[in-house]
Design a protein around this ligand. Structure first.
Ligand code: PLP
Length: 511
């Protein structure tokens, strides 16, 4: 293909994507609303995309940029001078990673290896996870052989209660997790109390500030009352903060910080046991593009402290405008007291799954959090819709609220239109046989044939994107997680099936 054809086709691939700019997608993308920020990121990214952080002796530029970024972030969350602990070290130590998940994987791996070194009697280490802790901790526990002990959060505040954490401590507990803020409800766990438990029982406490940390640092900088959530709190061992969220860096940018370089040692990996070069890695990746790092460095220095303060104030005011707009809609109810840039809301009268589909028809992506059914040891969580407020959200508050009101009205007018929209919030509307079938399936013995049959029953054709998601979301309210996880993997596996693309079939090739 010619260069022109390639780029024409690349644009065409995007035809069915939602817009990454302008704030209409209330998840996954972070738009500062400032076009130049993106230009700066793009230029810096391409300048360094071929440099490889695998070897800092060959590319010292990357070492320098990473040390600078980590120094800036460490300074933001360091113990304050005057704090009892602030004599040494001056700054926490850290690593630039590809995202929140990698930061969390590394922190959990470090905690596990720290426990192996300091508590050698423990063979099955346990990590206590509030149900609001990000799924990345479950992934980390799964990858690294820790047992996740999931504990409930307060039903009003959505913060974990320190007493509940204490009740779940065992001789095998090695790690505690708190969020600042949690993704699902946008509120901060009681980090001071968790820190006290960690110190008393010599546990590793990780604070997940992936989405809240950067924004809340600047909110406290402009005078908002933000309780300490970082290394100012005694007992915090590590902290993750994503820069591809509220620092508006290009994707692939996060930092994991450790209270000191001693703790960080447990994150690293070195091997000289093979025939090739000595491999020494700070992250899970080995070959690591300099693109995200350079883009992040560029955006941080371009926006600077003033830029981030302005964006933080803007984000806070926009969130407050949204909250008061939502409060005027009697069908909706915001959960907890949002502290950063996130809002979770639900409804007692309208089906929120159908509402999300209605909003999609109006060209808005509102993220569904299906909640979870109650089990023996955990109370259920109601389904919610989730908004991520960014710099670009400022201009769309009114049209969004108007469409939300319109969508609610149309669901109330037309509560059950065959697709089962509106109506009773937690009832699946797929044919009863599918739900019955699913409820009797033993996830352990699920064969590919049965899975395929179930997927057909859900109206999913091989390789085709599902349209309305309400039915699938409703299933999540009634079926056990191990079955749903198997189903999702089967659906995803069908989606990621090799299918050669041909320009003729796409109708784009003229030569
Ligand atoms: C986004 C997020 C993560 C995971 O980060 P990725 O960058 O998506 O890998 C973890 N924790 C919280 C609180 C988050 O918001």
């Amino acid at each position: 293909m010619s260069k022109d054809e390639v780029f024409t086709q690349l644009e065409r691939f995007r035809d069915n994507d939602m817009q990454t700019h302008g704030g209409k997608v209330w998840a996954y993308v972070y738009d500062s609303g400032l076009r130049e920020v993106e230009e700066v990121a793009a230029t810096a990214y391409t300048k360094y995309m071929n440099e490889n952080a695998l070897d800092f002796t060959v590319f010292p530029s990357l070492l320098q940029m990473e040390n600078d970024i980590v120094a800036i972030v460490a300074e933001m969350f360091a113990p304050q001078s005057g704090d009892a602990e602030s004599v040494l070290p001056i700054r926490p130590s850290g690593t630039f990673t590809s995202g929140g998940t990698e930061s969390i994987l590394l922190a959990v791996k470090a905690a596990r290896d720290w426990a192996r070194a300091t508590k050698p009697d423990i063979t099955l280490p346990e990590v206590i996870l509030p149900v609001t802790a990000h799924a990345a901790f479950h992934k980390a526990a799964h990858y690294f052989g820790l047992k996740p002990v999931v504990v409930p959060v307060n039903a009003e505040t959505f913060r974990v209660d320190a007493d509940v954490v204490c009740e779940h401590l065992t001789d095998n507990t090695v790690m505690l997790v708190g969020s600042a803020v949690n993704y699902s409800h946008g509120v901060t766990d009681p980090v001071h109390e968790l820190g006290a438990i960690a110190l008393e029982y010599k546990l590793w406490l990780h604070v997940d500030a992936c989405i809240g940390g950067f924004l809340m640092h600047y909110l406290r900088d402009v005078g908002e009352l933000i309780p300490d959530f970082d290394f100012r709190v005694p007992g915090v061992s590590s902290l993750s903060v994503d820069l591809h969220k509220y620092a508006y860096a290009a994707k692939g940018a996060s930092v994991v910080l450790y209270r000191d370089a001693q703790l960080r040692q447990y994150e690293m990996f070195a091997s000289t046991r093979w025939a090739g070069y000595p491999m020494i890695n700070t992250t899970i990746q080995s070959t690591k593009s300099g693109g995200p790092l350079a883009a992040c460095w560029a955006v941080m220095h371009y926006l600077g402290e003033d830029g981030y303060r302005t964006l933080a104030k803007k984000t806070l005011h926009t969130r407050e405008r949204l909250q008061s707009g939502l409060a005027k809609l009697p069908e909706l109810r915001v959960l907890g007291m949002p502290e950063a840039g996130l809002i979770a809301f639900t409804s007692d009268t309208v089906d929120v799954f159908a509402l999300a589909d209605e909003m999609k028809r109006r060209d808005w992506f509102v993220q569904v959090q299906p909640g979870r059914p109650a089990t023996d040891n955990l109370p259920g969580l109601v389904p919610t819709l989730h908004l991520t407020v960014t710099g670009a959200s400022e201009k769309i508050v009114e049209p969004f609220l108007a469409d939300l009101e319109g969508a609610i009205e149309s669901l109330k007018r037309d509560p059950v239109d065959g697709g089962g929209r509106g109506g009773r919030p937690s009832q699946p509307s797929t044919t009863p046989t599918v739900v019955e079938q699913l409820a009797t399936v033993n996830p352990e013995t699920l064969t590919p044939e049965v899975l395929t049959q179930l997927l057909r029953g859900l109206g999913l054709a091989p390789g085709q994107l599902p349209g309305d998601m309400a039915d699938i979301n409703r299933l999540l309210r009634v079926l056990p997680p191990d079955l749903m996880e198997r189903l999702f993997i089967a659906i995803t596996s069908e989606m990621y099936t090799p299918r050669p693309w041909s320009s003729e079939a796409a109708g784009g090739h003229t030569s």
